[in-house]
Design a protein around this ligand. Sequence first.
Ligand code: AMP
Length: 548
Amino acid sequence: MLSTMQDVPLTVTRILHHGMTIHGRSRITTWTGEAEPHRRSFAEAGARATQLANALRDELGVNRSDAVATLMWNNAEHVEAYLAIPSMGAVLHTLNLRLPAEQLVWIVNHAADRVVLVNGSLLPLLAPLLPHLPTVEHIVVAGPGDRSLLDGAAPQVHEYEELIAGRPTTFDWPELDERTAAAMCYTSGTTGDPKGVVYSHRSIYLHSMQVNMAESMGLTEKDTTLVVVPQFHVNAWGLPHATFMTGVNMLMPDRFLQPGPLAEMIERERPTHAAAVPTIWQGLLAEVTAHPRDLSSMASVTIGGSACPPSLMEAYDKLGVRLCHAWGMTETSPLGTMSNPPAGLSAEEEWPYRLTQGRFPAGVEARLAGPGGDFLPWDGESAGELEVRGPWIAGAYYGGASGEPFRPEDKFTADGWLKTGDVGVISPDGFLTLTDRAKDVIKSGGEWISSVELENALMAHPEVAEAAVVAVPDDKWGERPLATVVLREGAKADFETLRAFLAESIAKWQLPERWALVPAVPKTSVGKFDKKVIRKQYADGELDVTHL
Ligand code: AMP
């Protein structure tokens, strides 16, 4: 029997229309580095997004399914692009501005971007790449920056404000199939070429609803979220679309991502929520420890992208800021889990739950694959590779303009589940604890050592600012852990002291013998520990290693 319900496609166009009308008074505030930030209502941003769609179609000739790239910070214009491009049937392609030049070139060519929307301050990055980007026909520049860098460039150059000025604030939006492409994002690509994940209107709509559920971020019109996670990192974890759905105010840091300005914008604008990777929160903590600031308006903070050290969570608890751990990937839109503890627990009972990566929402099914291809029980002990499926989880990668979508065997199972490459355990009540990336686990004499557990234990030492642990080859055991440590200013702890400290919580056979002090842990383009670089530094003899 067929249902008798209406079949209205779930599209970004509907999110745009809803946000600019029902929540027209909500605001996007963009930090400018000047006395006053820039403020724009959802009604204005929606009208300008509509003007942008008109300009892209009528002036630049953008057609349905064309890829339109953005090379932008988090700001109101970038949100307008998020709304306009998918709604007109084109595909929003966010470019990671921290990638090396050759990867950016590869990605733009692979996606065959026809237009690039760019912030003026990023022209020094874009201009030298243009001779290598044959598909790019138009550049649209927004915000301050030196336009002369584009002198002589092959693509046509437009000013964002001039381009949209005077255009109609209505558009005959196409009635899109909800399964068509709306946005794309390439994985950070630590090994091999980057891979494109193409989100559909339907996946974005459903993911936005999940982000908004009380069990996830649960924000409302009364909230303001500080969106530190870049709009090029998995669509800023879905926040721009999710907030337009519920009228949550957005505070956008633009290019002011250093701890000092972040602390200032929190104190002045008093956001109730924020989202970013642990590295950002580590930096901000050091800043407010040196120069105290009031961060307590942030009732909750979503932290993910890499494991949140318990010591960091504790430190923020003391500042009145509750960090909530979340796990996800580019391939999962990204919301895969969030660690809101079950109801009815005391703060003490909640603590172990808060340290996990969290629970799966209804839209994400999960299973743990054991080494022999069997599926493991959710007993909180059996560790296996996490596999997931659901309506906002990728089922393939983009094959390029002329290629077919492809499903590498190491990323997708024969029955269509995504192999996450993350190793962990799941408790009987569905809380996931990740112990490592499959490729970062230390395989020592047939046993596995979790690099994340060692890092968390090390970072709990008051004199340790950061610590990253990687597997290095060992004649006797196959692999052993190497601990690289960044000490706080003025710290006196030596390696023996740190090893003894670790021994309080870690089994003796797991303790590292190899230690190195480093000035900073190398980071990936989205702020995660870059263990590939550390392994290479070790292999190339660049680290000053002490054996204990
Ligand atoms: P990306 O696609 O660049 O966002 O990277 C996704 C990967 O980041 C995941 O597969 C995990 O390895 C890691 N990751 C994301 N969130 C967490 C978390 N809360 N704890 C530990 N690792 C995480």
